[in-house]
Structures are given as structure tokens and as C-alpha cells.
Design a protein around this ligand. Structure first.
Ligand SMILES: Nc1ncnc2c1ncn2[C@@H]1O[C@H](COP(=O)(O)OP(=O)(O)OP(=O)(O)O)[C@@H](O)[C@H]1O
Ligand SMILES: [Mg+2]
Length: 233
């Protein structure tokens, strides 16, 4: 397995940079050093896979990039903004406009149709969908006939596609996906990861995807391996 750190060299634009980031949970003997001193950059429009054993800190790292967790130490810069300098309210808006999350368990709202779920991030911002873009996303994810259904009426793969569409609808520049294929069989996993890669390429998004699946990580431009909260090379 080839793992390496992005160096952000000449002409390369880094959209996410972590400087000596640590995240500790608890104190004293029970303290868990979930992330323990990470320096890492993510290049704009590239696809990075984050791999590592269970408990190695992958979700904690992704949640700090997404501004869901505040680091114990260190700085997280996203698209030129130091997340620590934003108020809670500013961070919520920043997250909604910059970052699309795809969670393992989809997090669709059961009472809303697939269409309403996909459009929800726009509704929160009081903005209206661009019809052509909405149609493009829906068609790329094969959701054309599912829009008026409720999430429970779709297969797991269908629901994950809806969650991906929701992550794409705001044209967020960064897509963070935490084991988006965790509950799928090998073929569906490849299809869903392939779709994420394809849509990220089409819409020039930076894709950061956590996976346990080494085959999926081969789809990425780069692989980052975590072990005990640190990067291993
Ligand atoms: N909110 C929390 N409070 C206390 N400890 C936590 C919390 N979140 C994570 N941890 C601990 O931090 C470590 C890293 O957890 P994390 O969820 O980031 O790992 P992971 O690599 O995503 O694992 P998995 O592959 O199982 O999802 C683990 O020891 C976990 O128990
Ligand atoms: Mg995790």
C-alpha cells in the first residue's frame, strides 16, 4: 500500500490545511488521543481516501475538517478560513456553503420526499435550486423516478445516492464522506464510490472519503493512512 503526505508544492492549491492538529477526549488515565499531531494538506479538486483500522481517528479527523469538532490544539484552515476564528453561527453557514457531508447512515429526513431531502440545504439558505443543475445531479445519480418517494421506499443504495445528491446540490467545494459505502456489498460499494468520484470530478469538488475498503481507496488520487491518531507513511 502506498501512502504519502500531500506537500502542496509549486502551483498546487491546497483547499484544506491542518497544522499540528490534536483532538483529545477526556482527561487523565481515561484520556483518548484520537488525533495526535497531524500536519496535512488537501489539494483542490483532488480525491483523497483516508484509511486505517477502527479507532485510528478517521471520523475524528473528518469531523475537524468539517468543523463539527473543535481541535484540542492546532489549526484547521478551510479555503483560506481558520475555522477557530468563526463564531458558532458563522461556522454553521460556512459549513453549509462549503462542505457537503455524506454520512454512512445517510441521515435523510424520513418525513420528506427524496426531492425535499435533496433540496433541504438550499431551503435552509432560503435559496432556490438551479433547475438545470438539479436535473444534472438527479440524472447523474439515477434518481429521476425516485423524487416523489419517501426514503423508506428506496433501497440502501438509492438512499445513499439521495444523500450524495443532497451533498452536491449546494455546489459545495468540499465533499466529506465517512464510510458512505459501509453497509453495501462489494459491487454497490464500487458503484457508489465511483459515482462520488465522477460527480466530484464533474463539479470540480475536493473529495475526502473514509473507507475500510482498500479496493475503493485505489480509486483515489491519494491515500492517507491513520494509525493511533497519526499519519503513517
Ligand atoms: N466523542 C468521543 N468521546 C470520547 N472518545 C471518542 C469520541 N469520538 C471518538 N472517540 C475515540 O477516539 C478514537 C478514534 O475514534 P474515531 O471514531 O475517530 O475512529 P475511526 O477511525 O473513525 O473508527 P471506525 O473505523 O470504527 O469508524 C477511538 O478510540 C474512539 O473511541
Ligand atoms: Mg469512523
Amino acid at each position: 500500500m502506498l501512502c504519502f503526505l500531500g506537500q502542496g508544492g509549486d502551483g498546487i492549491v491546497d483547499i484544506v490545511t491542518l497544522h499540528n492538529v490534536k483532538k483529545y477526549f477526556g482527561e487523565g488515565f481515561g484520556q483518548v488521543k484520537a488525533i495526535d499531531g497531524i500536519n496535512l494538506s488537501f489539494e483542490k479538486s483532488k480525491f483523497t481516501a483516508i484509511v486505517g483500522a477502527s479507532g485510528s481517528g478517521k471520523t475524528t479527523l473528518l469531523n475537524m475538517i468539517g468543523g463539527l469538532y473543535e481541535p484540542t490544539e492546532g489549526t484547521v484552515i478551510v479555503d483560506g478560513t481558520n475555522l477557530a476564528e468563526l463564531t458558532e453561527e458563522e461556522l454553521t453557514v460556512f459549513r453549509r456553503r462549503k462542505i457537503g457531508f455524506v454520512f454512512q447512515d445517510y441521515n435523510l429526513i424520513p418525513e420528506m420526499t427524496i426531492r425535499e431531502n435533496i433540496l433541504f440545504p438550499l431551503a435552509l439558505d432560503d435559496s432556490r435550486p438551479n433547475d438545470a443543475y438539479f436535473a444534472e445531479v438527479v440524472s447523474a445519480l439515477g434518481l429521476g423516478r425516485q423524487l416523489d418517494k419517501f426514503p423508506y421506499m428506496l433501497s440502501g443504495g438509492g438512499q445513499q445516492c439521495a444523500a450524495i445528491a443532497r451533498a452536491l446540490i449546494n455546489k459545495n467545494s468540499i465533499i466529506l464522506a465517512d464510510e458512505p459505502t459501509g453497509s453495501f456489498d462489494a459491487k454497490t460499494s464500487q458503484n457508489v464510490a465511483g459515482l462520488l468520484k465522477m460527480t466530484a470530478e464533474a463539479f470540480h469538488q475536493t473529495l475526502i472519503l473514509i473507507t475500510h475498503n482498500l479496493e475503493l481507496s485505489q480509486l483515489a488520487d491519494r491515500m492517507v493512512c491513520l494509525q493511533d491518531g497519526r499519519i503513517v507513511t
